[in-house]
Design a protein around this ligand. Structure first.
Ligand code: NOJ
Ligand code: CA
Length: 695
């Protein structure tokens, strides 16, 4: 239902130009105004508190045009929308898209005036706004030198932030006051990317914050299409944040042609942290699905020839070289036909959908660190990887093979070869691909998060849709809800995944409690949970690395980190040792009818329960940071009048992420809608529960 009332330009607009927009529940208010110099400004009020004080809007164009002042209001329209839509794959069957909107048209009072339209959508959980450059006489092709959007915050909030460089989001979150953000004092241990840091107070979004009066505030963006990623430059003396677009090779920000709509800038506010985690605002701000027939887009639970390379047991490179691993000695090539068949057998036996194989194709021997253009051709297997034999074997076993395309950051090479690569996949029965962009980008000088690469990732997803191929990209820019439009872009990495625990300082126990407030707001993540062999010294006694987790927490992550594509990341032989705990990974759904965020606090804990798509079974995940935690869960989410067998996979009494990570126990209870469950989470631990209806 869309109700529009249009107000024509009235001459007194100049004097009464403040426009107010209320959220559907009236708790949030946005005020747009033009200053006496004609500067467009907005502010955001939540329950009477001015969360974002008067903040400016606008652009600087390369032509010299200054689009920050001298504007007059020419028109404004309001409306409200209340509709439901159904994602192809998702956390819930029905998504409510409910907001009030205001669009203001402004025009510069000059000889060759430029016009802008600013669209505001106010949801119950926050504000989205975007700029439109409409069709107009004085603007056709243009180059953005900077977007000048401000977020003038009302306090020195606690912030969960990662450094604002242009090529990677694979960082641990820092937890400091806004005033304490200082990249020069931050340990930046991400070694595989070029690091361009232009300001020591630049951070990435989503930026999650908590105010002294316990409000949760989040700044992000939605629908980043044909535009660079927006970073945030924090003025640490006055809590004002300015947008900073990731530049291209020659320092420009975006090449555009009118009419054009920028991505949405989003600000969420709530006094309940669960509202942020559960928000569907970012998805809602994206366009509806553009794929007509989506029947081929399916959730995928998979295993793969992968972790054995990360732990240093096998190599990607045929000659046994050590790409990515810590060891110096040569090890066997992982992607050999016999080993792949072993994974196919394991997948078939435990009813997994797919098997990923990395290191199957030529090029790995010629890569890593050399900024070379043509490394991989994506179609030539190593001599010990028999594509035909593997394809036939997988088919016979009812398992799908998952392709791997490491591009080595050479987007130029990948685009040239893309159609042949996709044809090769289709000819050999692959309908999903994990792609990767490790290293510096070619075209040289471009950044992972610039406009050129944003266009590349979206192009690949759309071309893949032509071939009915699903995409899971690693090292791409972080998703901004575009999977609503292109649901075959089923997952991405774009944050620091579990793999870092195998070969670096790893991810602290709080990491996974922050991701749902940050990275996950834009879409599903291929985090690769499910590691049971937690200490790397089990592979090599000299290794000190470990996953900062208990085994039970690895199970809980399948629920707390949403993805319709989930890997059981550990080695088959490690699962064989704990088949009782492995049962949870086998049972857990990855596509859902409903989701309830039961408890949430960024950096501390999270409890989520989800209902399986099309079935009355539920799965719960509860995780904690480095502190142990007891909690009581009310089972009121269950269907009234039904009984369920709850299987509780929990940390043993003496479990501890560092001292005793593998200690778990499993118990059963019969529960119904009136039951309560007491959960005890170890330090760095978690609990996973399956609720299966008793017929
Ligand atoms: C980094 C990816 O995140 C990882 O999953 C992959 O195995 C390596 N690149 C090699 O492509
Ligand atoms: Ca990665």
């Amino acid at each position: 239902m869309r109700l529009f009332s249009t107000f024509a330009f009235l001459f007194f607009c100049l004097f009464t130009n403040a426009q107010t927009l209320l959220s559907p529940n009236k708790k949030m208010e946005m005020i747009f105004s033009l200053s006496d110099k004609g500067e467009p400004q907005y502010q955001l009020i939540y329950k009477g508190k001015n969360i974002v004080k008067k903040s400016s809007l606008g652009f600087k164009l390369k032509s010299g045009a200054d689009l920050t002042s001298n504007f007059v209001l020419t028109n404004s329209t309001t409306g409200s929308v209340n509709e439901k839509w159904h994602p192809v794959l998702g956390e819930q069957k029905n998504i409510l898209n409910e907001y009030n909107e205001l669009s203001v048209s402004i025009k510069q009072a000059s000889e060759n005036p430029i016009e802008l339209i600013i669209h505001f959508k106010l949801y119950n959980e926050g504000l989205g706004f975007r700029y439109e450059f409409p069709n107009q006489k004085n603007l056709n092709y243009f180059i953005v030198s900077e977007e000048l959007t401000q977020f003038n915050l009302n306090g020195n909030h606690k912030a969960f932030w990662i450094p604002g460089e242009f090529d990677s989001q694979e960082y641990i979150y820092n937890e400091t006051k806004l005033s304490e953000i200082d990249l020069s004092k931050t340990y930046i241990d991400n070694g595989i990317f070029k690091k361009d840091i232009y300001s020591n107070t630049m951070v990435q979004s989503p930026l999650m914050m908590k105010s002294d009066d316990n409000l949760y505030i989040n700044i992000f963006e939605a629908a980043v299409i044909n535009y660079p990623v927006m970073h945030l430059n924090v003025n640490t003396t006055n809590n004002t944040i300015a947008s900073y677009l990731v530049p291209n090779a020659i320092g420009d920000k975006a090449y555009l042609q009118a009419p054009f709509n920028t991505p949405w800038r989003t600000i969420m506010v709530s006094d309940d942290a669960r509202d942020i985690v559960g928000s569907k605002m970012v998805l809602n701000l994206n366009e509806p699905c553009k794929i007509n027939n989506t029947s081929w887009i399916k959730p995928v639970k998979y295993v793969g020839v992968w972790w054995e390379m990360h732990v240093g047991k096998a190599s990607w490179d045929f000659s046994g070289g050590q790409v990515g691993s810590q060891q110096q000695t040569k090890v066997p090539h992982g992607a050999n036909t016999a080993n792949v068949k072993r994974y196919i057998d394991f997948a078939a036996k435990h009813k997994f959908d797919g098997v990923l194989v990395e290191g199957w194709n030529t090029g790995w021997e010629d890569w890593f660190g050399n900024w070379k253009e043509n490394v991989f051709d994506f179609v030539t297997p190593y001599p010990d990887f028999n594509v035909k034999e593997i394809t036939e074997y997988a088919k016979m076993k009812g398992v799908k093979m998952i392709m791997h395309h490491e591009t080595s950051g050479s987007a130029a090479n990948y685009e040239r070869r893309l159609d042949r690569a996709f044809e090769f996949m289709k000819n050999n029965g692959y309908d999903a691909v994990k792609s990767g962009y490790v290293g510096r980008i070619i075209p040289r000088g471009e950044h992972h998060d610039g406009q050129t690469m944003v266009n590349h990732y979206n192009h690949v997803a759309q071309r893949a849709a032509d071939y009915k191929i699903m995409i899971n990209s690693h090292e791409s820019s972080r998703p901004t809800g575009v999977s609503r439009t292109w649901p075959n872009y089923i997952a991405a990495e774009a944050a620091r995944g579990n793999e870092y625990n195998a070969w670096s300082n790893g991810n602290p126990p709080s990491h996974e409690t922050i991701l749902p407030f940050t990275r996950m707001l834009g879409g599903a993540m291929d985090y690769t949970p499910g590691i049971f062999e937690i200490k790397m010294n089990s592979y090599n006694q000299n290794r000190k690395e470990q996953i900062h987790t208990t085994l039970a927490k690895q199970l809980a992550l399948y629920v707390t980190l949403y993805s319709p594509l989930q890997m059981a990341a550990d080695l088959p032989e490690n699962y064989e040792k704990h088949l009782d705990a492995f049962q949870f990974i086998k049972d857990v759904a990855v596509d859902w009818d409903d989701t309830k965020i039961l408890e949430a606090e960024p950096g501390d804990f999270l409890t989520i329960v989800r209902k399986t798509k099309g079935k009355d079974s539920w799965f719960l995940g509860a995780i904690t940071d480095e502190n142990k935690r007891n909690t009581e869960i009310n089972c009121s989410f269950l269907t009234a009048g039904k009984k369920y067998k709850a299987t509780i996979y929990e940390d043993a009494k003496d479990a501890h992420w560092e001292l005793n990570p593998k200690a778990y126990s499993i118990r059963n209870e019969i529960v119904d809608i009136n039951s309560k469950l007491n959960l005890s989470l170890a330090a760095g631990g978690g609990t996973a529960v399956s609720f299966i209806q008793i017929k």
